[in-house]
Design a protein around this ligand. Sequence first.
Ligand code: F6R
Length: 615
Amino acid sequence: MCGIVGYIGKRQAYPVLIKGLKRLEYRGYDSAGVALITDTKGLEVYKTKGKVADLEEYVKDKDVSGTIGIAHTRWATHGEPSSTNAHPHISCSGNLALIHNGIIENYTVLKEALQRHGVVFKSSTDTEVLVQLIDYIQQHVGTDLLTAVRLALRQVIGAYAIAILDRNEPNQIIAARKSSPLVIGVGEEEFFLGSDASPIIEYTDKVVYLDDNDIAVLRRGAKEAEFINFDNEKIEHDVKTVDLNLGQIEKGGYPHFMLKEIFEQPQALQDCMRGRVNVEANNVVLSAVIDYRKELLNARRFIIVACGTSWHASLIGKQLLENICQIPAEVEYASEFRYSNPVIDSRDVVIAISQSGETADTLAAIQLAKERGAFIFGICNAIGSSIPRATQTGCYIHVGPEIGVASTKAFTGQVTVLTMLALALGKARGTIKNEDYVRLVQELDAIPEKMKKVLEQNDRIRDISRVFTYAHNFLYLGRGYNYPVALEGALKLKEISYIHAEGYPAAEMKHGPIALIDAEMPVVIVATQNPLYDKLMSNIQEIKARGGRVIAIVTEGDEKVKALADEYVELPKTVECLEPLISTIPLQLLAYHIAVQKGKNVDQPRNLAKSVTVE
Ligand code: F6R
């Protein structure tokens, strides 16, 4: 949830840290801070409530010299956003500064014990207990920083990625990880630290992903970072080359990351399908299905676990897997699944879906499913993140970094992977007719071009959005494959415009939500020419009869719905099960433009953060 950056080397640290924080601001943005060992004064900590830009302003006249430092952008869990609760936290002795991403579960017990020994706490965060504990051990056991960190972490329960500076050991940064991501960039006699690789790739493409229970020592002038575990045993790590370029993590002329990512979808889907969908050979090949054929083909049942937007993609996945592979599929919120007592065993395949690959609830659901013997298949975007490492196999969606807090291209990437998975399994199981398989492969391949046609209607959708900024509530309706699209459209609007919105299966409207309909509440309905078209037409009539205002997502050239609706957006024709890949786009754009019209911060909506690494 929070973003961590660090630097040690020959450059001035501060500019590297501030730039890094800006790249990580999607992870949290309620306060920010930096700690430097400056050339003249030793350890200096500057922190403030607000965004990274506020920190820059605050630090304007301060001493920002020095070639070593750590910095943090916060998404508050324990303790309100304030400059006192902002990181870095300083120890009682004033020697140590520490930044942290995660949650310390036993912080109350540790805090009370330290208080009994006279340690005075300044903040109301869980994090401060870490720096005070390490400091206390250093002072009372008389150890160096590394030993103190190791001993302290053995007492800590929870999730953390941390980095620490010691004014008495000014030529090293110590970092550690458990259940929260941390990446080290390895340069020429310099090291970088980041919650992900985005603050690092400008300087080096060589990285080490820390594993749980790793402690890293970054020494000035060293060629390699050193790693130990909590038992002081040396750990070896391969240095990996990260395949990420600056263009992928910059706005590239778009006013917001969200808009850029919406427009990237045709290319993102091509990247997702590259080497997997072969339209000449009419084939879909997923290496995971080849490598784990037995486990996947013999699955008694699929259980898909995910959160938020990834959960909506899962609902589409359920329909794809059941219709194409004839294997029962269930969808569970990972947050509920982890505390349930699921009846699962080795005949079940659990599919975990996550853009970030770091969502704490999804990771915990995987852990539970593993303990009960299920086979785990991951669908993730962030390369090298925790979920792909916790699963037996899976597929990356390969849509590139998603930085806008509201998920867009990851959703269509997830649905594409689920479609490819269903096709590969369905063909292997013989549950799909060859002519249907060929048609779906051809249609899937054509989706990026069809997406472009929808994106061409951006100006029209912006004009529609202007009409509806007055609304305080929206209803989103869809059926079958487009029901999860309605849920996703409503979530997008809620997240970035703070307008209340509900997604419903269209036929359920008459069982309650119809009571809400009046001229004040716009209804967005995905009413394409699929087998339930006539029923959707009746729903539109019912809304109009009650004075409701309809924004319809229709199949190209459908004059009937166009005439009925107040506003419409046209979609190119495709097969029903692939419609979500294009019907989602107008809803993403509608939410985006309404939020922009209302002056909201689209890329950094209030209270949200991109990867939810806490419960
Ligand atoms: C919605 C959104 C969230 C995430 C959810 C799961 O726009 O971004 O609802 O989809 O927090 O995140 P991942 O997919 O990273 O596990």
